[in-house]
Design a protein around this ligand. Sequence first.
Ligand code: SF4
Length: 624
Amino acid sequence: MPNPTEIRRQLRRILPRVEKPGRYVGGELNQIVKDWQSVKTHFALVFPDIYDIGVPNLGMMLLYEILNKREDVFCERAYLPWLDMEAELRQAKIPLYSLESYHPLRDFDIIGFSLPYETLYTNVLNVLDLAGIPLKSENRSDDDPLIIAGGHAAFNPEPMSAFIDAFVIGEGEEVIGEIVDVWQAWKKTGAAKAGLLLNLSQVQGVYVPSLYEPTYNENGTLAATTSKYPAVPKTILKRMIPVLPDPPTHFIVPSISVVHNRIAVEIMRGCTRGCRFCQAGMINRPVRERPVEQIIKGIEDALANTGYEEIALLSLSSSDYTHINELVQAIIDKFVGKHLTISLPSLRIESFSVELMEKLRGARQGGFTLAPEAATDAMRNRINKPITTDDLLTTAREIYSRGWTTIKLYFMIGHPDETMEDVEAIVKLCKSVIGEGHKIIGKKANLHVGVSTFVPKPQTPFQWAAADNQESIYAKQKLLRDSFRGPGLRFTWTNPKETLLEAALSRGDRRLGEVIYTAWKMGAKFDAWQDQYEYNTWLAAFEACSIDPNFYISRTRAMDEVFPWDHISTGVNRRYLENEYQKSLIGELTSDCREDCHTCGILPIFNNLRRDHPGQLWLCPEVK
Ligand code: SF4
């Protein structure tokens, strides 16, 4: 195994031959380098896609700062190399290495993967392979690094359970340190890795899949997932931090252009709206807000540390942040006139949102983005996103008349029980919107319409629903393509074949591990990249494993079906999700849970945390 000096030496020869060598050298502003020998634990955080996408990832940044604050931990980063660099590394037999110290990933004690979405799964296998680490947990020795993963996709960990030793379920800020503590305590004992895994299974929010066993019914559905030992918890409850800590402020500043060169500050976590399709809204409950002063201080510090000129204020629904007016005013007072771009995404469709953006006018801005998701009242009621067409048209008029020339609207097709009339209504609505623009600013008005295809996700009310089939999606997209013609109109859509893979993997069970492995062996990687994704490779992998993808994609589940993620608890209970699904079938709305608590299950499960943290930062009712 080459050492860091040898790796650096070889890179000098290779890097001039690859595109964007800056991806592979580290040395960026704010990277942290420690003496390798002086720490107890070496931790590699890996984003399983290229540097350009991984560097701006907020979760990675947050954990990088938290872990490196510990003197006994050196946390470094790695990303998946692009195809040209992969070929060079394989050719020169250079193992994948960290960007800070150039140590091979195999030298690390813990490797933590970020898994925000399912189409990264084959990339995880590719990272392990490039690092020379056995892909399957069962083939790894006690000397191999501990492989962990977390992120939204980990809320159904089963498809990746053969490759990951332990999953982090939920928020990582606290549990990541506890995992390091457990690892250090285990290391001192010199015991076998089985002991480490057992100890990790005792940490709330850590799921060790090898300690659980699934059984199946004759019809192929899951019968149960049971723990193998009495000491192992039957259900793994997610980690949730009661109060959001100070945001990260030492963002890595790359020397090459990446997808976002900006400071990102999460103003709140969670959402009270209860949109039934939205996995983030379900798994990130309850809503916790950051105080305005903390956000402003975070921005000031991050600006000083990075020199960035763009600030993104992130949340699932920015207009719902309780102190949004105060926050916007504070931003104006502090930052307007300083040549910064300030974005406030995920705004509700109402005039108030336009007023907010108008106030930020002193800052540079792009187009105005709104996400109605559906175009008919019936469909909006089903998905529980009750905006009215009048509200959308009024908001569009406000936007065009206040000087914006471009509106971006996002819709989804493929919702359960969707009809062609629902799809036609998207066209009609968009033509009305651009019509308003033409009346106000004439030919300058633009409307960009993005239409994605709905994927039913685990841990949501639609976890029982079938995904739309390929023919139906093609027919709906054709209707949209044929209809979206006219001055100022632009239409983009997602590849239905990508949607189908996501639909299979997101509600898959442990048996899909073999399909993922086979697909990777057959060459699948970068499945989230349109130009790299090969649907036929995946079909061949399913066939080679004698598994029908439609079992996972286009099957409506029985209400009492046992799901592969039933032993993973978000705190939101199944009865609540079931009730929401039934309400969606009859088009009945559920109000924002800021108005009435709908007893989703969060409060009884986390009642101690709520009791210990009363007040406005956490938006569920008080617990006495
Ligand atoms: S406990 Fe009530 S208020 Fe809290 S997230 Fe659930 S429904 Fe909303």
